[in-house]
Design a protein around this ligand. Structure first.
Ligand SMILES: [Zn+2]
Length: 271
């Protein structure tokens, strides 16, 4: 199994069409690809699924999924900024699942949950709308030790497992931390990346899930015990190298002995 469930395309701010990415994924030996365009534009005036039309987006992707189904599982996703400043949640008809277009998607990513620098709403708020969504939902590139440390690790793990909220491991530099000292051993992980750049000044990009602190140590142990599921997604925008850079997340799951927790084994296993 080889998966990448976080990719942007022409429907929002990605450089490629969904079909280009799907073909590239097939050539590169992937079993699953998720298209997760932004529902609302991060930069006013740029493309978004909302401006294109969620219904039409779903229709287009469904057709591509059918066309390429002999070769790869194309999953219909969406990335929603979890902030009332940028997303109008009333447009989803959330208390009425049957009228809610979101429920035609295979999965939904929520970004900036609990991230105060983006005015992100809390996990508690996400749990409140969870019952109205029928599909797996996940936290996109959540830097837990930075934004969730007010929640004890075991409580966080149990809340996610109970509410069927999966955790995305996103190795891309755009969501990494830049650490100056003591992380030289991780430099090799990024040697396959050309652009974007590998090093900033004296610092090194380190995926947020690899930041070694007591919170993360306790958290990934609690994740293991609680049955939380994981996704891998690179938040691809403009480089095909980004799309391929799933290795570190794969290594991480293998190191933790939780590869079988990959969400695709649980929801979209190909016969
Ligand atoms: Zn994204």
């Amino acid at each position: 199994m080889k998966i990448n469930l976080h990719n942007h395309t022409h429907y929002s701010d990605g450089a490629f069409s969904p079909e280009e990415l799907i073909k590239f994924a097939i050539e590169s030996g992937f079993t699953h690809i998720g298209i997760t365009d932004h529902y609302t534009a991060k930069i006013p005036g740029s493309n978004s699924v909302m401006s294109y039309g969620l219904e039409k987006y779903i229709e287009d992707l469904r057709a591509l999924s059918a066309k390429y189904s002999p070769y790869i599982s194309v999953l219909l996703g969406l990335e929603i900024i979890f902030s009332i400043l940028q997303t109008d949640f009333s447009s989803f008809n959330l208390p009425f699942p049957d009228r809610n277009l979101l429920n035609k998607l295979d999965f939904v990513l929520f970004e900036y949950v609990q991230d105060s620098s983006f005015m992100g709403l809390s996990l508690e708020e996400l749990v409140k709308i969870r019952p109205f969504l029928n599909m797996p939902i996940g936290l996109a590139h959540a830097d837990f030790s930075r934004n969730f440390s007010d929640i004890p690790p075991k409580e966080l793990a149990n809340t996610l497992a109970k509410n069927k909220i999966f955790v995305e491991l996103c190795p891309s530099t755009r969501n990494s931390r830049v650490l100056a000292v003591g992380y030289a051993k991780y430099m090799n992980f990024f040697s396959f990346l050309k652009p974007p750049v590998q090093y900033v000044d004296a610092g090194t990009y380190v995926p947020y899930y690899r930041v070694e602190n007591s919170y993360n140590k306790a958290l990934y142990k609690a994740f293991k015990n609680s049955g939380v599921l994981f996704s891998i997604g690179t938040d691809t925008h403009e480089f095909k190298e980004e799309f391929l850079s799933v290795y570190d997340s794969e290594f991480f799951l293998a190191e933790k002995n939780i590869t079988e927790r990959l969400i695709c084994y649980h929801y979209w296993l190909k016969n």
